[in-house]
Every structure is written in C-alpha cells, then in structure tokens.
Design a protein around this ligand. Sequence first.
Ligand SMILES: [Zn+2]
Length: 103
Amino acid sequence: MRIKKGDVVKIRAGRDRGKTGKVLRTIAERSAVVIEGMNLLVKHLRARRSGEKGQRVRYPAPLPVSRVSLVCPKCGAATRVGMAVLTDGKRERRCMRCKQTFA
Ligand SMILES: [Zn+2]
C-alpha cells in the first residue's frame, strides 16, 4: 500500500467524505487503514464489577484504502501516489501533482 502510518489523508467516499485525518494504523492484508476520528463506531461495554457502569465507547474502525487519498506533505493537495527511483537506487513515494518525493 502507498499509505503509511502517520500520513494525512482525505476521505473520498463514505460517511466521512471530504474530511481529512491522520492514519493511526494500516492493515496491509485487508488493504485497510484506521484514521484518527473517522468512521467512528460505538462499542458497548458491560459493567465488569458491581458498582461499575457499562459504557459506550466510540472508536475509529478500519476503512478501505480505496476510500482515501494522500494529502501531499509537500504541496498539500489530495493526490495519487507514485514511486520514484532516486539516483542512489532507493525508492521514494512521489506526489503525482507536484512531482516532489518524500519517504
Ligand atoms: Zn505534492
């Protein structure tokens, strides 16, 4: 996948379409990402001990990478990601809009 943990992405489809957020986790085998504050679901927790209350906890659920696009750290545009081979043979990601590379 061309999206990494820590990237800022824009959500293109679904309930949070149009919002941007930071990637907390990537799940390569599911081609999914977890984004801070996005795709929130409610988990219902029962009281474990007497006197304690059950709670409803909101947490960000994974969503398919195909629903997001990277916000370029160099130019700020929501863009597709290409790969560039540097002169020393290393590969870096590249913004398809401004053509600048980044790790
Ligand atoms: Zn760019």
